[in-house]
Ligand binder design. Sequence first.
Ligand code: ADP
Length: 394
Amino acid sequence: MEKAILVLNAGSSSLKFSVFEVPDSGEMRARAVGQVEGLGTAPRLKVKDGDGQRVADVRWETTEVANHAQALDAIATLLRSRFEGQVLAGVGHRVVHGGADHSAPLLITAPVMEKLDTFVPLAPLHQPHNLAAIRALQQARPDLPQVACFDTAFHRSQEMVAQLYGLPYEYYERGIRRYGFHGLSYEYIAATLPSVAPEIAGGRVVVAHLGSGASMCAMHHGRSVGSSMGFTALDGLMMGTRPGNMDPGIVLYLLQQEGLSAKQIEDLLYKRSGLLGLSGIGNDMRVLEASDAPRARLAIDHFVYRISRELGGLAAVLGGVDALVFTAGIGENSAHIRQLVCRQAQWLGLELDADANERGDTRISRVGSRMSAWVVPTNEELMIARHTRALLGL
Ligand code: ADP
């Protein structure tokens, strides 16, 4: 009987999942990819097969599928009918926060759950939902081994000096430090470079993960030495709806002078800023690129400006940079953004090959360019499946 691994990524109103078939040897293949979205408002299940063909699109009343447990139930029913004869051997979860110590995935046990609960205050918008999905599955299938894979783990290789903030030292000891996120994406890229770009895999590489969330990571020998994201996923680059790095005095001003509540500021920083806030049009880069509105252009220019500043900073951390790698929705698909970023990086010795960039080739810099540029699609789900397989010995 074929074995399968289920990968889950639980958000506040969504539950994304992938099913990977585990062969006796060799790489796993995704057999189904889908999500339940609109939990609490208008729940809907969408599923595609491994080739991207739609296999299900179901809408429910809010009361029918109201929480993660019910969403899991709906997913399980669908998967059972679709994958008869396959046995689910384990579940891998994307868990946003692994705290200061966890540099690797963990098999879920009661003490591990207790520990992960202590990280909820560090990521209150995400961690509770990640843990809720684990608990729901523990209830429904107590026999099923589950693995937690952390977005912070890959960055634990960073030197302490890179993880500090300039606050009194006791704040560092209390956990206020630069954790960095998107670690599963960076880890996947680090694992992929030796086969797709062997000449840079052991070098000094900056990876730009540009999706709705966006960050950059400086890697040396495939290990994280610096990250644009910090204590939370608000830091660093400007993103779809988040402002990225900004003067903390702005938060004080909003609190003290404009009388905003903490909740209002949270909403402003997580949902109303970034590309959306600057453009006034939307957070989807495709929409902004197609727009003639001056503020759409301004938002794009600022997005690129911030990437360029961060690239300069991370290049300094690395003591020079051999390669820039683009990944995630914008990085993989927007030749326009890549071209603007690469033009701004000419001072680092980057010469873009415009045709290769338009085609979306793996290597998009000219032969002989002192610094090279690459497009490498990320696959966080496969990274989670690999960890789960390794930890469970499948
Ligand atoms: P998430 O962080 O939600 O996983 P993705 O990595 O899928 O995000 O990236 C989503 C973003 O990618 C979208 O908001 C969209 O702006 C951008 N994107 C996708 N395709 C294109 C494209 N062809 N051109 C420009 N931007 C794109």
